[in-house]
Design a protein around this ligand. Structure first.
Ligand code: G3H
Ligand code: 13P
Ligand code: ZN
Length: 364
């Protein structure tokens, strides 16, 4: 099946009450791990690349690896998604490279660090919707800034993330503002802030409601029940994976991620896309460290990349089952991008998702 847009997959997931893992990739082995996991569990897949990943791989390698994935696994519906686009230019370049879904993260300015104003976020997100929907490509927006409710800091482990201390207003998406944001931008999915952050160091203890505000997701879902919600920073940071790394010369400090049962609670409250990168990074690193320690005389990369790929596949399979996407691959409707473009223009997904006819017009 050729690549599909995010929207038909999430519409199907909503109708069938499940969530879909959105898994980050930077190389061939990670794409293979996801596709093998999708085949083993008969799951649809969302494969996403950050700006850093696109720079690391070079777009052309990435596009051709993704092409190989859809050719080799024709029974698996795959979405190719730009993670954390920092500007309309980034999103538009992704669309030109063949991505079928883009995230315009206007919660931060285009430096990827400075929290932006609400009006800026609305304007850049709407601009991307106007272009993307004409090509049948879906758009994810973000309202609220990812960061810790424990200490108020934005996350700075990855290239993209707020710098400095954030206010509670920034750290928790406002449900009323979410209604306005979705109406004014016409996005297909909304990433919300409620205490998760990227990377391994999310919580200093198993999170309770004061630092992982799942109730906020439930409030938002009540206000915009038809909007697909997205949870970023959703790795669970399994202790077993940290232990493997540490037992083989690594140094991961004590830390806690997002418990899977909290994600499942989110799925019951409209969360349809769940972003996971760190768990796969931990699995890969643990397997490589273990292989290095087991046979220091080995130097064939296949010796350590094979178990690394298998370790990532195992985590992906586990999440695909836990989020409920397993078994659905063959049932996801295959809607072409051309059809999606016609549907957006015809207002099938709501008048607000229809691209503006006057270029540059801002819908109120
Ligand atoms: O956005 C967060 C993902 O974990 C991607 O991270 O920017 O290091 O590729 P990255
Ligand atoms: P983790 O760092 O928790 O895996 O989150 C990944 C993410 O949100 C990518 O956008
Ligand atoms: Zn993210």
């Amino acid at each position: 099946m050729p690549l599909i847009a995010l929207r038909p997959l999430l519409d199907y997931a909503a109708a069938n009450n499940f969530g879909v893992a959105a898994l980050n990739v930077n190389n061939m082995e990670q794409i293979q791990a996801i596709m093998e996991a999708a085949r083993a569990t008969q799951s649809p897949a969302i494969i996403q690349a950050s700006r850093g990943a696109r720079k690391y791989t070079n777009d052309l390698f990435l596009r051709n690896l993704m092409q190989a994935a859809v050719e080799l696994y024709p029974e698996i519906p795959v979405v190719m998604h730009q993670d954390h686009g920092n500007s309309p230019e980034t999103c538009i370049s992704a669309i030109r490279m063949g991505f079928t879904s883009v995230m315009m993260d206007g919660s931060l300015e285009d430096d990827g660090k400075t929290p932006s104003s609400y009006e800026y976020n609305v304007a850049v997100t709407r601009e991307v919707v106007n272009v993307a929907h004409r090509f049948g490509v879906s758009v994810e927006g973000e309202l609220g800034v990812l960061g810790s409710l424990e200490h108020g800091m934005g996350e700075k482990e990855d290239g993209h993330g707020a710098e400095g201390k954030l206010t509670l207003d920034q750290l928790l998406t406002d449900p009323d503002q979410a209604v306005d944001f979705v109406n004014r931008t016409g996005i297909d999915a909304l990433a919300v802030a409620m205490g998760t952050s990227h990377g391994a160091y999310k919580f200093s203890r198993k999170p309770s409601g004061d630092v992982l505000a799942m109730s906020r997701i439930e409030e938002i879902h009540k206000k915009i029940p038809n909007c697909h919600l997205v949870m970023h920073g959703s790795s669970s940071v399994p202790k077993e994976l940290c232990d493997i790394i540490n037992a083989n010369g690594g140094r991961i400090k004590e830390t806690y991620g997002v418990p899977v049962e909290e994600i499942q609670r989110g799925i019951r409250a409209g969360v349809r896309k769940i972003n996971v990168d760190t768990d796969n990074r931990l699995a890969i690193t643990g397997a490589i460290r273990k292989a290095f320690f087991a046979k220091p005389e080995e130097f064939d990369p296949r010796y350590y990349l094979t178990p690394a790929r298998a370790a990532m596949q195992a985590i992906c399979e586990e999440r695909m089952k836990q989020f409920g996407q397993a078994g659905h691959a063959k049932k996801v409707p295959h809607v072409t991008l051309e059809q999606m473009a016609r549907d957006y223009t015809a207002g099938k997904f709501g008048e607000n998702a229809r691209p503006d006819t006057v270029v540059g017009a801002q819908k109120k």
